[in-house]
Design a protein around this ligand. Structure first.
Ligand code: 5AD
Ligand code: SF4
Length: 444
């Protein structure tokens, strides 16, 4: 009998990918995804604890499912993700109506947990990170055109604000042959682009001299026939090497885009964050990279309101943004995370100051993004067509190598193809274009 699962995902790409894989595992147990939680026999909340906001949203949705459980106790309700990892048994004590709690390192146990719950066991809790089996899970039968592939998990950096090392564990890298065969299988099933995932991909297999380095891994993936594009995220500036910069110039499938979070523009703040680089070192790496790959697109994460952040520190963040001219920026207000070093310090930047700094920064970035999008007007760009455009049924959408979304008139037959598009208009969050040449570009 086919059953339905509703899954709600909070947080990052890592979590979205975990949800995709949980769905693939559940497909093997006879579950199909539904977008309506009222119809589901199984509800999974995949939580995130990196910042306060997504964590609170996860808690508030649990409140809603509590009343559903009262009405329909037969519905199975589980919490996965980083809040599950952090809270473990405490989660079950707080929310006794939950059937199970599953940490990100234990995803592979999901089918067994469901069997136990169906047999009547209450409050199953599986957390911890003993092995890498959670990275080698079944593939979805029809993977998306742009498929995520985990290459490493966890983080050893312990930046003072960050919960990730506590909820995703120590750094573990996946064997390269497993990664390559997963990508080959994804390509055979229709994927055209892969996005390699890890909290800090630059330190892939750092402690294993017998394994490939990250740039060597990229070079191997670049040889996979039928694969059109490669991207990766996230990189740590302190581990961003020249060898990796060179890879952008050498590997034709590797897209010219790097996500390199800088977090703050002031050395005093960077030092307290424990980031391991200075403003000057960050800027020097960006300068070198732009010199080598002039059309590189650079995106980043930044925070405002870290403990002790003065107005002068914040101004240095704005100045750094002006100097680099990021193509896009993800910006957040600092929130203390229980268990981290910074949570012991006074959260002394008032909420209204955090809010004002965030708005100022976002306004500046909007200007920069729009200006950079307008600069592309008239250029011919290679676009991987992903599907129908949200704007109109007569249009399709795709992405340039530099990760900008382009909408242009065209039919569904273009989906999955690399085509040339002339950019006609740069908008705040996307580009508009017209098909220039629908013959596939390059050797792919
Ligand atoms: N408060 C606010 N933002 C945070 N981030 C990580 N920890 C915190 C925190 N405690 C942001 C960082 C990181 C992104 C994933 O989330 O910018 O790069
Ligand atoms: Fe959230 Fe970080 Fe966990 Fe991703 S790794 S789900 S961002 S806490």
């Amino acid at each position: 009998m086919e059953r339905l699962v509703y899954i709600k995902t909070f947080g990052c790409q890592m979590n979205e990918h975990d949800s995709e894989r949980m769905l693939a595992l559940l497909a093997g147990c006879g579950y199909r995804e539904t977008l309506s939680w009222e119809k589901a026999q199984l509800i999974l909340v995949n939580t995130c604890t990196v910042r306060e906001k997504p964590e609170q949203k996860a808690y508030s949705i649990l409140g809603r499912f509590q009343s559903l459980k009262k009405r329909r106790p037969e519905v199975i309700l589980g919490v996965a993700g980083c809040v599950a990892q952090q809270e473990g048994e405490r989660m079950l004590a707080k929310f006794p109506f939950l059937d199970f709690v599953l940490g990100p390192g234990k995803i592979h146990l999901l089918p067994e947990i469901l069997k136990e719950v169906e047999r009547g066991r209450k409050g199953v809790c599986e957390v911890g990170f003993e092995d890498t089996r959670c990275m080698d899970l079944p593939l979805p039968p029809t993977p998306p055109l742009r498929a995520y592939v985990t290459i490493m998990e966890g983080c050893d950096n312990f930046c003072s604000y960050c919960i990730v090392p506590y909820v995703r564990g120590r750094e573990r890298s996946r064997p390269s042959d497993e990664i390559i065969s997963e990508i080959e299988a994804l390509v055979q099933r229709g994927a055209k682009e892969v996005i390699l995932l890890g909290q800090n991909v630059n330190s892939y297999a750092r402690n294993n001299p017998d394994e490939l380095t990250f740039p060597q891994l990229l070079a191997k993936i670049n040889e996979i026939q039928g694969l059109k594009r490669i991207r990766f995220t996230t990189s740590h500036p302190k581990d961003f090497t020249e060898e990796l910069m060179d890879a952008f110039g050498r590997l034709q499938r590797l897209c010219e885009h790097i996500h390199l979070p800088f977090q703050a523009g002031s050395n005093a703040v960077l030092e307290r964050m424990g980031r391991g680089y200075t403003r000057e070192q960050y800027l020097a790496k960006i300068k070198k990279l732009k010199g080598l790959i002039p059309n590189i697109s650079i995106t980043a994460d930044v925070m405002v309101g870290f403990p002790g952040e003065k107005e002068e520190d914040f101004i240095q963040t704005l100045e750094l943004m002006q100097e680099v001219e990021f193509d896009a920026l993800f910006s957040f207000k600092y929130s203390p995370r229980k268990g981290t070093k910074a949570a012991h310090w006074e959260d002394d930047v008032p909420p209204e100051v955090k809010q004002r700094r965030l708005e100022t920064l976002q306004e500046l970035q909007r200007e920069i993004t729009l200006r950079k999008n307008k600069e592309l007007e008239g250029e011919i760009k290679e676009v991987l067509v992903e599907g129908r455009s949200k704007n109109s049924p007569q249009e399709v959408m795709g992405r340039t190598r530099c990760n900008r979304i382009v909408n242009f008139p065209g039919g569904y037959e273009l989906v999955g193809r690399l085509v040339k598009v002339r950019i006609k208009e740069g908008l705040p969050n996307s580009l508009r274009g017209e098909l220039f040449d629908k013959e596939e570009t390059g050797d792919v």
